[in-house]
Design a protein. Structure first.
Length: 249
């Protein structure tokens, strides 16, 4: 979990666990796998650390922590999750201020249902950014609250897009072959696709044309790219031409 270095002493450091508001002890023997001559070479007061909880003694109210037993992967994943939690909290605080509603009340109304449904609050808010207010309404969030949260999320969360592409080779020897190839490419451009999915087609060097698809996930992108290629190939073949498609990696 994430902790903030509160006080450094000769035998270790006292750490405030941010997510629980409890203090734990990081003994000097758990700072590094090597010899620690000066603990201040590894940390300073106010620094954020990712730590493992080794033991909890409820009666003595002791929490023993370790820094050296946290792997690089665990550290990276925890920091990412912690940042997402902070972003979610910031968005919901903005919504609470806009609604004139206590934050704790808004959190219970919005965050708890999202966490239950999607496993984490920010992941749920990303889904709201993708699909709109109905995600919240389906979870029983009151309409006035759902509308405000959805509007803030739509403005503040940018869903990262994946981008894939392939090469179409289209040939047509008819007198109006250029027009027929253009029509085939327009068929590719016009295939059905979900909101947020884009198709870009440009010339590499005739008869090679690049079809580039941007979407919110690979599955959607692959589906749209395949259908775009099929539409272009079907169109050019029906017009008496020929073509092929190669997926670029």
């Amino acid at each position: 979990m994430i902790g903030t270095v509160d006080k450094i002493v000769s035998y270790g450091a006292y750490i405030m666990l941010d997510e629980y508001g409890k203090e734990g002890l990081l003994h000097i023997s758990e700072v590094s796998s090597g010899w620690v001559r000066n603990i201040r070479s590894f940390m300073h007061e106010g620094q954020k650390l990712v730590l493992k909880v080794l033991r909890v003694d409820p009666e003595k109210r002791h929490i023993d922590l370790s820094l050296r037993r946290v792997t690089k992967r665990e550290k990276r994943e925890k920091i990412l999750l912690w940042k997402r939690e902070r972003r979610a909290e910031g968005l919901l605080r903005t919504a609470a201020e806009t609604l004139g509603m206590p934050f704790n009340e808004l959190y219970e109304t919005v965050a708890r249902p999202l966490e239950d449904k999607f496993g984490e609050v920010y992941g749920g808010l990303e889904q709201v950014a993708r699909e709109g207010v109905n995600v919240l309404l389906s979870l029983g969030v009151p309409e006035n609250v759902a509308n405000v949260v959805a509007e803030i999320v739509r403005e503040r969360i940018r869903i990262p897009l994946v981008k894939i592409k392939g090469i179409l080779e289209l040939r047509c020897t008819k007198p109006n072959g250029v027009i027929l190839i253009r029509e085939a490419l327009m068929k590719a451009q016009q295939v059905d696709r979900g909101p947020g999915t884009n198709i870009r087609i440009y010339v590499v060097a005739p008869p090679r044309y690049c079809v580039e698809v941007s979407a919110e996930d690979y599955k959607e992108a692959e589906s749209v790219l395949r259908r775009a290629a099929e539409a272009a190939l079907e169109s050019i073949k029906m017009a008496g031409g020929e073509g092929s498609f190669r997926r670029e990696r």
